[in-house]
Design a protein around this ligand. Structure first.
Ligand code: HEM
Length: 155
């Protein structure tokens, strides 16, 4: 199943090639990404509405999110080495995501970036791409297969 790119968005899972130096370094590297993801998941845990979409055990998702984010921001492709092609939209099919959920996700991610002190310029660059990517995950109105993929490696 191929994912259709949406206008104006980067291909899911890959950062635009023109980012020099890598946004990841400007943000503070892997360690800062891990703190962002921790902060994000704390916000998800405190949000009953969004929390309901997530599995009971958040540990695996937390780890994957950090690996993915690092890769997406120009770091080493550790996510893809372990799990294969991100195919993010497809991996989100088991979760019924509507516009409201995408908005909550983005709001919490924005708050997490701010909480660790990422600068406004870097925030603007990251969210110019994360916004369309989050909206691309909306699948509530589509008839998509909802069977969980688990840790299937997608090539
Ligand atoms: C739009 C709203 C979104 C919602 C409601 C949402 C929700 C979720 C949920 C419930 C999971 C499963 C977590 C687990 O298995 O523990 C997940 C996984 C994941 N999400 Fe999202 N997500 C959203 C957007 C995004 C975006 C924009 C990105 C990319 C920056 C992203 C990246 C990921 C990654 C990398 C995983 C792990 C996939 C895997 O390998 O299984 N998500 N998401």
């Amino acid at each position: 199943m191929n994912e259709q790119p949406i206008p104006g968005s980067p291909p899911a899972g890959r950062a635009p090639a023109q980012r020099q130096p890598a946004l990841l370094d400007r943000i503070g590297g892997r360690e800062v990404i891990e703190r962002i993801v921790e902060a994000f998941y704390d916000l998800v845990e405190a949000d009953a509405e969004l929390r309901a979409l997530f599995p009971e055990d958040l540990r695996a998702g937390r780890e994957k999110q950090a690996l993915f984010m690092e890769q997406w921001l120009g770091g080493e492709p550790r996510y893809s080495e372990q799990y294969g092609h991100p195919r993010l939209r497809m991996r989100h099919f088991p979760f019924v995501i509507d516009e409201r959920m995408a908005g909550l996700w983005l709001r919490h991610m924005g708050e997490a970036f701010r909480a660790v002190g990422v600068g406004e310029q870097e925030m603007a660059e990251v969210f110019a791409d994360l916004g369309p990517l989050a909206r691309h995950m909306v699948n509530a109105h589509q008839d998509v297969p909802r069977t969980p993929l688990g840790d299937v490696r997608l090539t």
